[in-house]
Design a protein around this ligand. Structure first.
Ligand SMILES: C[S@@+](CC[C@H](N)C(=O)[O-])C[C@H]1O[C@@H](n2cnc3c(N)ncnc32)[C@H](O)[C@@H]1O
Length: 471
């Protein structure tokens, strides 16, 4: 990777909404053909607001919510009241259908474009996208087409769109098996592709895109590292070089062996690395400054620290408490702003709020629902948090700064600039089982990217650095 001097998307590249090139012409993600949208992804008027919804109707609402005029992340739409109208299995199916369609949106659009003279209203275009993904994934043509035709009448309230959906999806069904594999991995939108290309080069970006298209397996962190091999056998999982367990497809997580007794928790292999840089923490006081939902809090507690887990969000802190209760680990939980904390700690973990662009394998909605506008403010917040965190660190204390971002301004640059602002602050060479020396950066941090471990199933993009305050 070249020296990380990526232009900051909002400071130097204000590029506006993502460019979704390559699909049918006309209304794309943004302009739903004049249909008013609700903020929770509603797809057409609710004539019976309590009537059950099918998985496909749910998926359509989710897609409309992500790609509508006021784009929402799927995680934000999960709170939408209408989701209560789906049975739990249908809700899971709807999430999967929407997620996988978003992951392959460019491929869906490329298959559709030759069959559309002009783009239909957004809800109908989204129906065609969902149907195309289902057909490409091997769905039975008759059932998929008929169900989406029915949905078309309901969603748009315009029966004349049924014919279009029927005709287009039948054509897609006839060619998907041959044509789909020829399509390139979907490209990142320009607001992200351009700064990442400058930092990593075009070849690496194509590798990121291939990894994003492949999706992510289920990774677990074991509470007691000594039992990792035992749980790998119990779960039929791969034990990764860094100590995490990996399942190709976990299915229902709460039904897996070891879940109920709290032997492990779900955490991407890259996300498990920052806390591991701190090693054994027996007897140390630790502050987890942005703790929720608690993956790293549990690691710090399992490593022997007396942990204070802080987060701004009380709702998200409830997840930390649930996770601690299930795993039998303990930490003091505190709601509040990281910038207003007082006290002194031996170690601090700062997993700062960021663009989350390292997690696109798991969240393919992110490039579609975001446009980079928020990144400038996040960069400012990260450096303010890092400066304040250093005031809470005991002399000689260690701090891990990390973000799940691919953008160097949220990682490498933050540490380089902090070293300039704080004479006496130093970077400790990172050590942890399985840490590949090739991941170590110029300033001494660790950079992971989604294309690493291609034969094992990739990993999230993360940046982390272990810092030491002067005595
Ligand atoms: C990347 S997530 C943390 C993930 C967590 N460390 C884990 O491993 O499970 C960032 C967190 O920062 C929290 N946050 C955002 N602004 C904050 C602030 N000013 N003070 C404290 N927490 C904040 C968010 O609520 C969010 O839970």
């Amino acid at each position: 990777m070249s020296k990380p001097t990526t232009p900051r998307p909002t400071r130097s590249n204000g590029q506006g909404r993502p460019d979704r090139k390559g699909g049918p012409k006309g209304p794309r993600g943004g302009k739903p053909g004049g249909h008013p949208r609700s903020r929770d992804g509603g797809a057409g008027a609710d004539r019976a607001p309590t009537a059950p919804l099918s998985a496909r109707a749910g998926a359509l609402r989710l897609l409309n919510g992500v790609l509508g005029e006021d784009p929402r992340l799927l995680s934000e739409l999960r709170e939408a009241p209408w989701l209560g109208r789906l049975s739990p299995p249908d809700r899971a199916r709807a999430q999967r259908l929407a997620t996988e369609t978003l992951r392959q949106l460019e491929r869906c659009d490329r298959l559709l474009e030759k069959h559309l003279k002009k783009a239909p209203p957004l809800p109908i275009l989204n129906i065609l996208r969902l149907g195309t993904w289902e057909l490409a994934a091997g769905g039975a043509a008759h059932g998929v087409v008929n169900d989406w035709v029915t949905e078309a009448a309901r969603a748009a309230g315009r029966a004349n769109m049924k014919g279009l959906v029927n005709a287009v999806l039948r054509k897609v069904a006839a060619e998907a098996e041959d044509e789909w594999p020829k399509l390139r991995a979907p490209r990142l939108p320009d607001w992200l592709r351009e700064p990442l290309s400058l930092a990593y080069g075009p070849e690496k970006i194509r590798a990121f895109e291939t990894a994003h298209a492949a999706g992510a397996p289920l990774d677990l962190t074991v509470k007691d590292p000594a039992s990792a091999e035992h749980w790998a056998t119990e779960l039929g999982a791969t034990l990764l070089p860094t100590g995490s367990l990996r399942l190709a497809d976990g299915g229902q997580v709460s039904a897996l062996p070891g879940y109920a007794e709290g032997a492990w928790w779900v955490q991407d292999a890259a996300a498990a690395l920052p806390a591991r840089l701190l090693g054994d923490l027996t007897g140390k006081t630790a502050l987890d400054l942005c703790a929720a939902p608690g993956g790293k809090t549990m690691q710090l507690a399992a490593a022997g620290a007396r942990v204070t887990a802080l987060d701004l969000s009380e709702t998200r802190l409830a997840r930390v408490q649930e996770n601690l209760s299930r795993t039998g680990l303990s930490a003091g939980i505190r709601a509040g702003d990281a910038l207003e904390q007082t006290g002194t700690y031996d170690v601090i973990l700062l997993d700062a709020p960021c663009s989350a662009t390292g997690t696109i394998r798991r969240h393919p909605d992110l490039p579609q629902a975001r446009d980079g506008d928020e990144i400038g403010a996040l960069i400012e917040l990260q450096s303010a948090m890092l400066d304040h965190a250093l005031t809470l660190l005991a002399p000689g204390g260690r701090l891990v700064f990390c973000t799940c971002s691919l953008i160097p301004d949220e990682g490498e640059c933050q540490v380089e600039e902090a070293l300039e602002r704080h004479p006496g602050l130093s970077v400790i060479r990172p050590e942890a089982p399985g840490l590949d020396p090739a991941w170590i950066t110029e300033e001494g941090g660790v950079r992971t990217t989604p294309d690493l471990w291609p034969d094992l199933g990739g990993m999230d993009g993360f940046y982390m650095a272990l810092l030491r305050k002067a005595d």
